[in-house]
Design a protein around this ligand. Structure first.
Ligand code: PHE
Length: 343
């Protein structure tokens, strides 16, 4: 009987190997171990065997049946794998095709200009100082000689977080923080973000950027201020550019001035951008009021200083001919993408 069983297993093995589908395998399964199979017929004869022979023969038949079941199982796994490979081949996916190129990011135009400003001033011997966006009234107003009833302190102009804490309205706060911590000679710039309660439009944004400069040393004069600003303007916009000062008032500088640069669009001839004046406003400047220096323990007999604050946003839109501030804050990828080459 064992020889007979071996033959059955061999025949089953042959058939299983040749099966090309699960359906075919199910038929083979029925043929070799199904109800009407030879193996099942042999099982039925077990009853007529002697009690000693029965377990031995039963075990042999079971092993043969188990072997066939294992062969079937393995073939199913193999067929599924073959089917998967075929789907891969038949599908339209071309695995050798190159993928989509991932676009390069770009620096924001404000970042490009911010870095350029830093580079220019570093080349002129300035250090970079940092301040805080969240400030107290002392550094934003009091220490800058701003009277208690000055309109810039109003809720309508300044964002207060609580009584004494606010979002700084100017980078001039860093003048104070620098003089609190360092003795003259001081020569710093401080670029940073400022906040004012302004309605956004082409020339206003509630968050904007300034770069502050502060120089305190012996014999600092208004001429040093002019020379420094002129050099910066030429390095930033080109040698043909000029700057000029118009008398103005700031609580912490005396004398004070507003800074204009010649119009980047018309070069000073007069156009729509400069409202035919030939000049564009860039920020404020002046000699640091001795009152401010004195309160910070600086000997005003020995030292004097100048300071200025320029709008980085304004420099950026002029440099790249951007129509208005809004584009700088909307994060429209079509706009930002145009600056990729400048990085
Ligand atoms: N902080 C002033 C402003 O925001 C500008 C300024 C800076 C003026 C430094 C004088 C000196 O308007």
């Amino acid at each position: 009987m064992e020889t007979k069983l071996n033959h059955v297993v061999l025949a089953a093995e042959n058939d299983i190997k040749g099966a090309q589908s699960i359906h075919e395998l199910m038929n083979i399964k029925a043929k070799y171990i199904g109800k009407k199979s030879e193996i099942m017929d042999l099982m039925k004869t077990l009853g007529s065997l002697s009690p000693e022979e029965r377990p031995k023969v039963g075990k042999t038949i079971n092993i043969a049946k188990q072997n066939i079941e294992n062969l079937l199982e393995n073939r199913i796994v193999k067929l599924k794998e073959m089917e998967y490979q075929k789907t891969l081949q038949d599908s339209k996916v071309d695995l050798s095709m190159p993928g989509y190129a991932i676009g390069y990011g770009s620096l924001h135009p404000l970042t490009i200009v911010w870095r350029e400003i830093e580079d220019i001033f570093i080349s002129m011997g300035f250090d970079i100082a940092e301040g805080y966006d969240i400030e107290d009234e002392f550094h934003n107003f009091d220490a800058l000689n701003t009277p208690k009833d000055h309109p810039s302190r109003n809720l309508a102009d300044t964002f207060y977080i609580k009584d004494d804490v606010l979002l700084r309205t100017q980078t001039s706060t860093v003048q104070i923080r620098t003089m609190e911590n360092y003795k003259p000679p001081i020569k710093i710039i401080s670029p940073g973000r400022c906040y004012r309660n302004d309605r956004p439009d082409a020339s206003h944004s509630p968050a904007f950027h300034q770069v502050e400069a502060l120089v305190v040393d012996e014999n600092i004069t208004f001429q040093d201020l002019r020379d420094t600003l002129n050099t910066f303007v030429k390095k930033m916009f080109g040698n043909h550019m000029k700057s000029r000062f118009r008398p103005h008032f700031f609580p912490f500088t005396e004398p004070s001035a507003e800074i204009d640069i010649s119009c980047v669009n018309c070069g000073g001839k007069g156009c729509a951008i400069c409202k035919n004046s030939g000049w564009l406003e860039m920020g404020g400047a002046g000699l640091v009021d001795p009152n401010v220096l004195g309160k910070l323990g600086i000997d005003t007999e020995k030292y004097s200083g100048f300071a200025f604050g320029l709008g980085i946003d304004r420099i950026t839109i002029l440099k790249y001919n951007i129509p208005g501030l809004r584009l700088l804050y909307e994060n429209d990828i079509r706009f930002l993408k145009q600056f990729t080459m400048n990085n």
